[in-house]
Design a protein around this ligand. Structure first.
Ligand code: BTN
Length: 347
């Protein structure tokens, strides 16, 4: 393509792996020989067998019979880059990751420090050291979608904290693309699911925003998103204490999309929202009404508590302001704008 950057070796490898898979899928119940794949893609037969071996290591079931060729009978449900990239239509295309990692945020921080470009995405279907907000652990069993993004907004620090609200909108957009009903936003960084009667089912996603900034501005921002997709068989809807702990996409829809489809939708929706935020000068104001429409605690009696336990505000949530702060009206009618904190229902 004239004007576009030359593809790196890694990009080329990924494109070829995606192409090998596409050919095997097109063949359906039939078989395709190594020779045919090599010819169609203009690569060597050795390269074909290397791709087949790599795919098998990732969990693809590909049987082969001498002279008749390969047949793909099963694909793993993983957000692998060669599954995700062909589905992308938006601005973010640099996708890495796969089945398991320690923490996608740690990986993305590492890539950002090494100069990874804006729009780099790290994906995993399982994390062994998932991190949540306030130093908490983020349980990350298999069947979830864990994603972190490298962003490099040229914005003053005070505008960047509201970016997590914009990210939350993007995650909601992606779920709505698949017809997941009852998605609401819990200020500032959570997504909840509600049932058809309007009862809360629990937290379906959380966002952790980490960043590095210098005196003259932000160097990089890493939003990390943990999305509960398939409820693990050993996690009951109601726990021993009679509480609902977490909600899963599979609690709300029967035909749960594959992780690669969910990942691609999330990446596209995030790229679109992020572009819109940058075009608006990194101000939250244009997103405010949409956020308020989806706000789970609007009109509710809440308490907002700081990290150290100090109560920052108590009263009725009346909205969000142009800076993304939660507006809470107390019994005297005084309105307190809250910048950060944990919200819980009173009474
Ligand atoms: C929260 O506490 O609600 C935020 C949880 C954020 C978890 C995500 S999962 C992907 C990314 N990697 C991590 O280690 N944490 C974030």
């Amino acid at each position: 393509m004239p004007g576009s950057a030359p593809a790196s070796d890694a990009d080329q490898l990924l494109a070829r792996r995606a192409a090998v898979l596409a050919l095997l899928r097109q063949t359906g119940d039939g078989r395709l020989s190594g020779q045919e794949i090599a010819q169609q893609l203009g690569i060597s037969r050795t390269a074909v067998s290397n791709h087949i071996a790599a795919l098998r290591r990732e969990g693809y079931r590909i049987d082969s019979a001498t002279r008749v060729g390969y047949h793909l009978s099963q694909s793993p449900d993983l957000p692998l880059p060669w599954e995700v990239c062909p589905l992308l239509t938006g601005g973010f295309r640099q996708v890495t990751g796969g089945a398991e990692t320690g923490s996608t945020n740690d990986d993305a921080l590492d890539l950002a420090r090494k100069g990874a470009p804006e729009g780099t995405v790290v994906l995993a279907a399982r994390q062994t050291k998932g991190r949540g907000r306030l130093g908490r652990t983020w349980k990350s069993p298999e069947g979830g979608l864990y994603a972190s993004y490298v962003l490099r907004p040229q914005a003053p620090l005070e505008r960047v904290s509201a970016l997590s609200l914009v990210v939350a909108l993007a995650v909601a957009d992606a779920l709505e693309r698949f017809g997941v009903p009852g998605v609401r936003l819990k200020w500032p960084n959570d997504l909840l699911l509600f049932d058809d009667e309007g009862a809360e089912m629990g937290k379906v996603a959380g966002i952790l925003l980490e960043m590095s900034a210098q005196m003259d501005g932000v160097e990089y921002v890493i939003p990390g998103i943990g999305l509960n997709v398939n409820r693990p068989v050993d996690v009951p809807v109601i726990d021993d204490g009679g509480r609902r702990q977490a909600a899963y996409v599979s609690d709300r829809i029967d035909a749960v999309p594959r992780l690669a489809e969910l990942a691609a939708a999330q990446i596209d929706c995030l790229a679109a929202r992020y572009q819109a935020w940058k075009s608006a000068g990194c101000f939250f104001a244009p997103f405010r009404d949409e956020y308020v429409e989806r706000l789970s605690t609007l009109g509710q009696d809440v308490r907002v508590v700081a990290m150290g336990g100090e109560v920052l505000a108590s009263g009725i949530v009346i909205g969000i302001d142009d800076l993304g702060r939660l507006l809470v009206r107390d019994e005297d009618g005084t309105i307190a704008p809250v910048t950060a904190g944990e919200v819980s229902l009173r009474g």
